[in-house]
Design a protein around this ligand. Structure first.
Ligand code: IP8
Length: 271
């Protein structure tokens, strides 16, 4: 079976992160077109997408990343319990997934979606879940995403990030490429993207020191820090690991076709 190209579409790329359940449709459409070119070249593609404003906002206010708790929950809200909030976030994530896959279907690509709460348990990259389901039906693009999953013990549930799913898919399915497409920056930057002095780091090796920006007021998962940590670990197994600007989706094609683009390549050892 062909080694897959795994593409993570960041939540901040495909949604407006601070406006509840607001997709960026034109960006999703452009991504679908670029990825279509790869599919027409007979590349096997697996797509993992983040949650953005379809997941993080409600998860944060209902503390879903902390597991079962009674403390500090909203008092006047559309939900009365964490259980109701979980149901709603899972549905919102299904809706986002549908919006994304529709754009691929419109271009004639067949897609299969795997909502993690139906097959995965526990959080972090050691989550439990059989990834063989992504090997079936080779002619379809398989999709999955970050989600609220069930956990054993007193936490009962938690947030499984799409980045951790990427790690497992890339390693267990022997990916040829792992491409993180983000919004708002051409790759990993020396300073937060809003700083005019910021510069792209074209080659990232482990333990580089940098000042990232993590919107911890919005994100319940790890933002750029989790991404870099996961990307470093993936680069020990996968030859081509990149963090690129998904608003220029032709860069995804360039990585796969030429092995190079404007973005940050992650390698496991210093050259
Ligand atoms: O955006 C988070 O997934 P991520 C999932 O891939 C939820 O980290 C539901 C907040």
């Amino acid at each position: 079976m062909q080694s897959p190209v795994i593409i993570k579409l960041g939540g901040g790329l495909i949604t407006l992160k601070d406006q509840l359940c607001t997709p960026k449709m034109s960006i999703i459409r452009n991504l679908a077109q670029s990825i279509h070119h790869l599919v027409k070249m007979n590349k096997r593609v697996i797509i993992v997408h983040g949650a953005g404003s379809f997941g993080h906002l409600k998860a944060k206010s209902w503390k879903l990343h902390e597991g079962r708790t009674d403390e500090g929950l909203p008092i006047e809200d559309e939900f009365t319990s964490q259980v109701e909030a979980i149901k709603s976030v899972r549905q919102d994530m299904k809706n986002l997934n549908q919006l994304v896959t529709n754009e691929f279907n419109k271009l004639g690509m067949s897609t299969i979606s795997h909502s993690p709460h139906t097959w995965a348990f526990e959080t972090g990259r050691n989550f439990i879940g059989d990834l063989n389901r992504f090997n079936l039906e080779e002619n379809s693009i398989h999709f999955t995403h970050g989600d609220v999953v069930d956990c054993k013990g007193t936490t009962e549930f938690g947030i499984l990030s799409g980045d951790d799913i990427c790690y497992r898919l890339a390693v267990e399915l022997n990916a040829s490429h792992m491409i993180f497409a983000m919004g708002g920056a051409p790759g990993v930057m020396t300073l937060p993207p809003s700083n005019p002095e910021t510069k792209l780091i074209p080659l990232w090796t482990p333990n580089k020191i940098f000042q990232g920006q993590h919107q911890s007021d919005i994100d319940v998962t790890g933002g750029i820090y989790l991404k870099l940590n996961v990307a470093e670990k993936i680069s020990q197994h996968v030859p081509m690991v990149w963090i690129i600007d998904g608003e220029c989706p032709e860069r995804i094609e360039e990585v796969v076709q030429n092995g190079d683009t404007y973005g940050t390549r992650i390698i496991s050892e210093s050259p």
